[in-house]
Each structure stands twice: as C-alpha cells, then as structure tokens.
Design a protein around this ligand. Structure first.
Ligand code: C2E
Ligand code: CA
Ligand code: CA
Ligand code: CA
Length: 278
C-alpha cells in the first residue's frame, strides 16, 4: 500500500511539473505571438432587438499560431492575467479597437459603439485610467462610443476603489457594461450604487430561451432589474430565431450572437454592415 501511495504521489508531482512547463511554454509563445503580430481582433455585431439595426460591435482577441491553428482567448487570457502581460496586451487591444472604430465610422452610416473587454488585473492597475485617457486622446475616438466590458466579479473586490474607478470612467463619458451578468454574486443594492450603463445577460440564461422546456424567468428578471435601475440590457449568445422572439417578448433592448453574426475580421464586418444598410 505504501509503495502505491508513494507512486501516486510521484505521478502527481510529475503531472504538476508538466503543467507548469506547459504553462511556461504557452506564455513564452504568447509573448512571441504578441511581438510577432500574431494576435488580432475580431468584431462581433450587436443589434437592436426591436428592428435588427446594428448598434455596436464587441472586440474579441484572437491568436493565430504559425501553423494556422487558432488558440481561443479563454486559454491564454488567464495566463496573460497571471503573468502581468495583460497590462501591455490590454492596452494594445484598447488602441486597436478604438482605431477600428474610427475606420468603421467612415465606412458605415451606423453610429456604432465599440465594446472592449477589460480584465480585472487591467482594471485594478494603477495606470488604468492613464492608459484609457492616452488611448482616447491618441486615437481621437469619441469616448461616448466606447464601452468597457467588465465582469460581475469586479464588483466583489475592493468596493471603494472599484466604484471610484467606475465613476472616473463615467466622468470621461466612457460607458460600462457588466459582462456575463447573473453568473456572479454581486449584491443588487451594491449594483445600484455603481455607475454602469448596461447589463449583458449571460449566454447560460439565453440558452434557456429555447425549446419545449424554455424558461425565460431569469432572463426576464435581469431585463426587469435593468429597467428598474435605468440600465440598458443586451443578451449574448443568441443562436436562434426562437431566442430572439423571447427577447422581444421580455423587452430586452439588444442582442448579440451567431444568429446575427459570428465574430468577423474587418473586411467581413464592413461587408456585413453594408448589407444591413439596405
Ligand atoms: P465574453 O466577453 O463573454 O465574449 C463572448 C464569447 O462568446 C466570445 O468568445 C464569442 O465569440 C462567443 N459567442 C458570441 N456569440 C455566440 C453564440 O451565439 N454562441 C456561442 N456558443 N458563442 C458565442 P471568445 O471570442 O472565444 O472569447 C471568450 C472570452 O475571452 C470572452 O468572453 C472574454 O472574457 C475573453 N476575451 C476575449 N477577448 C478579450 C480581450 O480583448 N480582452 C480580455 N481581457 N478578454 C477577452
Ligand atoms: Ca465581453
Ligand atoms: Ca460575456
Ligand atoms: Ca464569458
């Protein structure tokens, strides 16, 4: 018994070692990819539920490796966060998305907003507001067309500092959306005191607006909560016509998902927007 226990232990450390090595290699490759322009942005349209008009796009980061494979952000963002690389990377994302918005404004007639994901590590960084200001000034973008997407968990740490940062962002005219709303545990009374503009209903609730056992209760609750707090609300991960019909029924303002468009590279995004103009 002793032998096998020790064996198990050895096996465990070896596995951990391997994991550390994999993480290390991945981080090394991520830095190289970042320096070698292998990271790029895709943009997923957001539309008005009432009439389908495009209202904005969300910038989503992509990593294409040298052999053409795509590494999803869920795999490398956490690594970028824990290593600190996210600060530099996040600044690049911000500028790239803002420059893209400037180009979109000359290429379409829609007055679009640009949603930019901001991770917790970025948001809490002492230089965050400075980075935001410089990006706005240097790209010449209208701050009111920028919307930063932060997750609900942001509201659970360091409350005073967070609410100060949110107020400073609001002072600049930049919008704030709470991403993946409903999956965290932020207290509603606290949410009421935060300067945010929009709730993004998490896909897990939108998934339930579908089929014989459709259950719109949670989505509806979030929409009603948003209205009570005078916030806008958008549903994410909308994949079917049936889900869109539910969203109309419960008065959700906006929607985003494969049903309308997948995340698109610039050329295809512009093509898609042009089609909506007709
Ligand atoms: P998120 O912010 O919740 O983004 C929505 C994710 O859902 C995106 O995955 C998008 O491609 C996907 N999606 C959109 N519509 C549908 C749909 O109808 N069905 C399904 N199944 N999926 C849909 P993606 O692009 O893989 O991004 C994953 C996460 O990585 C994002 O979740 C966000 O948390 C993070 N992320 C992406 N780009 C950035 C970035 O530039 N900065 C930071 N900090 N995080 C980012
Ligand atoms: Ca998001
Ligand atoms: Ca989300
Ligand atoms: Ca998510």
């Amino acid at each position: 018994a002793k032998e096998s226990l020790r064996g198990g232990h050895c096996y465990f450390t070896k596995e951990m070692e391997q994991e550390t090595e994999t993480r290390f290699r991945l981080l090394h490759n991520l830095r190289k990819a970042f320096d070698g322009d292998r990271l790029f942005m895709m943009y997923q349209p957001q539309v008005s539920v009432a009439d389908g008009r495009p209202v904005g796009v969300e910038a989503l980061l992509r990593w294409r490796t040298e052999d053409g494979a795509m590494i999803p952000p869920d795999r490398f963002i956490p690594l970028a966060e824990s290593s600190g690389l996210i600060i530099h990377l996040g600044e690049w994302v911000m500028r790239t998305a803002m420059l893209q918005l400037r180009r979109l404004q000359t290429q379409t007639t829609f007055n679009l907003r640009m949603g930019i994901n901001v991770s917790m590590a970025q948001f809490r960084h002492p230089e965050f507001l400075g980075v935001l200001d410089r990006a706005i000034a240097e790209t010449g973008v209208d701050p009111s067309n920028i919307e930063l997407e932060v997750t609900e968990s942001i509201a659970m740490i360091d409350r005073l500092a967070v609410s100060r940062t949110l107020s400073s962002i609001a002072e600049r005219g930049v919008k704030i959306a709470i991403d993946d709303f409903g999956t965290g545990f932020s207290s509603l009374s606290y949410l009421e005191r935060l300067e945010v503009d929009r709730l993004k209903i998490d896909k897990s609730f939108v998934d339930k607006l579908q089929g014989d056992t459709a259950d719109p209760r949670l989505s509806e609750m979030i929409v009603n909560l948003a209205k009570d707090l005078d916030l806008e609300v958008i549903a994410e991960g909308v994949e079917t016509d049936e889900q869109l019909e539910w969203l109309k029924k419960i008065n959700c303002d906006e929607a985003q998902g494969y049903f309308f468009a997948r995340p698109l590279e610039e050329t295809w995004l512009i093509e898609w927007l042009r089609e909506q103009e007709q």
